[in-house]
Design a protein around this ligand. Structure first.
Ligand code: FAD
Length: 304
């Protein structure tokens, strides 16, 4: 029985692990990888104290800092798939590799994952033209025609990532408005490579060995149409990785874990959460780290 199980190995999870170890709490950290979402970023310029670092190097530094702590158990190749609150108030976690772990307290720092379109062809062509990270994969689409699906900031940023490479970029928007920053919208609207397809309900991604097209329905006319594209960049938002606690922890309509911002406590006694898995207003590496540390200090107070 651990005092604390930390679920996640991003900036939040690692910060929590370091603090928990230094407080000599009997802790297990479970993750299926280190560094979190920005591991794919070519250049992070706002990690405080480090003017510029790649996501990969940041992940390596975070992992090294965690491993330098004594007295924390680390499982770095497994994923929590189910959690249970027992009658005595303790928790039991089941993992993908068939293991069970038990703890008095839980800290959820499991972040979020990219939302999928859920249309035919998406899964079949993932890695064969269907892409979820423009920063990572834009250079693979030199002189190609691509579609970016979405209308928020991540979609707009994705278009800007593609501009130096792709020859033509369709921005496929479900409604008649873009939700991203006005400044970014302006940059996109004046770029001759970019064509915005409004009111487009995506229906299917088609191809042979690789993607060749994106089918959509014009929501106004009802007409089915197809764009001939070599790639589809899906940029429709993020889903919090919180399903495994849905039976005993309150979440908002998007699946984000609700927390008290003073302590990071959730609705369930014994469970804390921090970072991108929560309903925190802002999602950033430094914020996840700070909020996770706040959670550990509060957990320590409870343990005492
Ligand atoms: C492309 C990109 C670039 C970004 N650039 C910046 C930037 O420059 N600056 C900045 O401040 N922020 C940036 N962000 C945002 C930043 O990455 C996030 O705010 C931050 O990673 C959140 O940290 P986290 O620890 O809360 O969650 P995450 O980073 O999402 O980490 C969650 C961790 O938990 C693990 N995990 C998830 N579910 C489970 C489970 N069930 N069992 C076990 N482990 C699990 C995951 O593998 C992962 O290691 C960027 C995001 C993206 C996508």
């Amino acid at each position: 029985m651990y005092d604390l199980i930390i679920v996640g190995g991003g900036p939040g999870g690692i910060s929590a692990g370091i603090y928990a170890a230094r407080k000599k709490m009997n802790t297990l950290l479970i993750t299926d990888g280190f560094g979190g979402q920005s591991v794919v970023s070519a250049d992070i310029q706002n990690w405080v104290g480090t003017p510029s670092i790649s996501g990969y190097d940041l992940a390596k530094n975070l992992e090294a800092h965690l491993r330098a702590q004594k007295g924390i158990d680390i499982v770095d190749d497994d994923r929590v798939i189910a959690a249970q609150k027992r009658d005595d108030g303790t928790f039991s976690l089941a993992t993908k590799n068939g293991k069970t772990h038990e703890a008095k307290y839980l800290l959820l720092v499991s972040g979020s994952s990219r939302k999928k379109l859920g249309i035919p062809g998406e899964a079949a062509f993932e890695g064969k033209g269907v892409v979820y990270c423009s920063i990572c994969d834009a250079p693979l689409f030199g002189e190609k025609t691509v579609a970016v699906v979405g209308g928020g900031n991540s979609a707009l940023e994705s278009v800007l990532d593609l501009v130096p490479y792709a020859s033509k970029i369709y921005l496929v928007v479900r409604s008649e408005v873009l939700k991203g920053d006005p400044v970014t919208q302006e940059k996109i609207k004046v770029n001759s490579k970019v064509e915005i397809i409004w009111n487009a309900a995506t229906q299917e991604i088609v191809g042979k060995d690789f993607v060749t097209g994106l089918k959509y329905q014009d929501a106004k006319s009802g007409e089915m149409k197809e764009l001939a594209v070599d790639g589809v960049f899906v940029e429709i938002g993020l889903v919090p990785n919180s399903d495994f606690v849905k039976d005993f922890v309150d979440r908002d309509a998007y699946g984000a874990v609700k927390v008290d911002a003073r302590t990071q406590m959730t609705s369930c006694p014994g469970v804390w959460a921090a970072g991108d898995v929560t309903d925190a207003l802002y999602k950033q590496n430094n914020i996840s780290a700070g909020d996770a540390i706040k959670a550990v200090l509060n957990i320590y107070d409870h343990l005492k």
